[in-house]
Design a protein around this ligand. Structure first.
Ligand SMILES: [Mg+2]
Length: 394
């Protein structure tokens, strides 16, 4: 049977949630990310509203540059807990269109809607119904792409943002993709795009016409995969186990630092944010990751897999602290990242052998904090997170 794969991608997700919840933000350039500090901020923009994009602001841009382009913007810190809760609600709405769903990030998912024509009609009706349901029930705008496979559906959803609905009819994949830039191919980052350009390839059509042997000589198996994607061929099925493969957060210090107190404070804040996302999603993780970038931009990563699953702040905090102590670096630190992988939904919480104490009290603190912040916004914080004024937006 011909497949019908739908890719749903929320429009300017974090900014749209903030604009929905605060009518004073509607129609204004809203920029979510690190604090801009009047142009001296050192982090990046996480998401921005379409009003901000008119000024040339975009995600992943240094927030100092965003400030120069749009000083009149409203700059907000991301409230990941709120966005994760919203994401969960959207995903359960999507489940009413198909039980076969693969969430690939906080605001994006694939649905396999093969064989649902009798229920939802043609692809145009299906796409409209999905967008309308999200708008009616959550007050948010989404873009939808529909095609015979994941790669083409993902490209399609991005072509007419915001509020787009783009359908690629089955059998027309290669023609549909041909005029588009290779930048649009899923997974083609700046390195791949630059390497393709050196071979004289700019569009997906040019890539499709290129001999596959030459591509695999340059890129190995990745080259073969790219070539097939350019031809509109992607037999991958949806990965059944729903949920994110990893959750991570990172922050850049305003000034590079070696101050142990500040570094540990950041470990605690990041551990809290990461595990809050696990708890909201009802998930648990087994592997903790630490990333440290030094002032010379050299970057080290370390990870440790525990014998048991966890979802509490304290466990993650202790593990990343221990990993950090193993680094023994003398250089100043620019950026810290904390993350988890090996994520399971509904995994049984067992006491990590690393910390031979009852984990229940640690989880209790998290539960209380999650509950209070759900009701009142961020009004309480852990003692270790009360920062001095010059600290880093923790
Ligand atoms: Mg999005």
């Amino acid at each position: 049977m011909e497949r019908r794969i739908v890719h749903v991608d929320m429009d300017a997700f974090f900014a749209a949630v903030e604009q929905r919840d605060d009518s004073a933000l509607k129609g204004r350039p809203v920029i979510i990310g690190a604090s801009p500090e009047k142009g001296q901020g050192r982090g990046v923009v996480s998401t921005c509203s379409y009003e901000a994009r008119k000024y040339g602001v975009h995600s992943a841009m240094p927030v100092s540059r965003a400030w120069r382009l749009c000083p009149q913007g409203v700059y907000l810190h991301p409230d990941i807990r709120k966005y994760a809760q919203e994401s969960k609600k959207i995903m359960s709405l999507l489940e009413t269109f198909s039980p076969v769903i693969e969430q690939i990030s906080i605001d994006e998912a694939f649905l396999d809607c093969t064989g649902t024509e009798a229920l939802f009609g043609g692809s145009c009706d299906l796409g409209k119904a999905i967008k309308q349901k999200i708008y009616k029930e959550r007050g948010l705008s989404a873009s939808v792409g529909i095609a015979s496979n994941k790669s083409v559906a993902k490209i399609a959803s991005d072509l007419q943002k915001p509020g787009g609905l783009v359908i690629c009819p089955s059998g027309e994949e290669a023609v549909f993709l041909a005029p588009l830039s290779v930048k649009r191919l899923w997974g083609a980052g700046p390195k791949t795009v630059a390497a393709l350009r050196r071979l004289g390839i700019e569009t997906i059509g040019e890539l499709a016409a290129f001999p596959e042997e030459t591509l695999s000589r340059h890129f190995g198996r990745w080259g073969e995969h790219l070539h097939r994607m350019a031809l509109g061929i992607d037999p991958r099925s949806l990965e059944k186990e729903r949920g994110q493969k990893s959750i991570s957060e990172e922050r850049t210090f305003r000034r590079d630092t070696r101050d142990k107190g500040r570094i540990e404070q950041l470990f605690l804040a990041l551990s809290q944010n990461v595990t809050a996302q696990l708890r909201v999603a009802g998930q648990k993780a087994r592997t903790a990751h630490l990333k440290v970038r030094y002032s010379d931009f050299s970057t080290l990563t370390r990870s440790r897999t525990l014998s048991c699953y966890f979802d509490d702040t304290e466990t993650l905090h202790q593990v990343v602290k221990a990993l950090f102590e193993g680094l023994k670096g003398e250089k100043r630190i620019r950026l810290i990242g904390v993350g988890v992988t090996n994520i399971e939904e509904g995994a049984v919480l067992l006491q990590p052998s690393l910390f031979d104490e009852d984990p229940t009290p640690k989880r209790k603190v998290d539960t209380i904090m999650d509950e209070v912040s759900r009701k009142h916004g961020k009004v309480i914080t852990r003692g270790g997170l009360i920062t001095r004024k010059e600290d880093d937006g923790v």
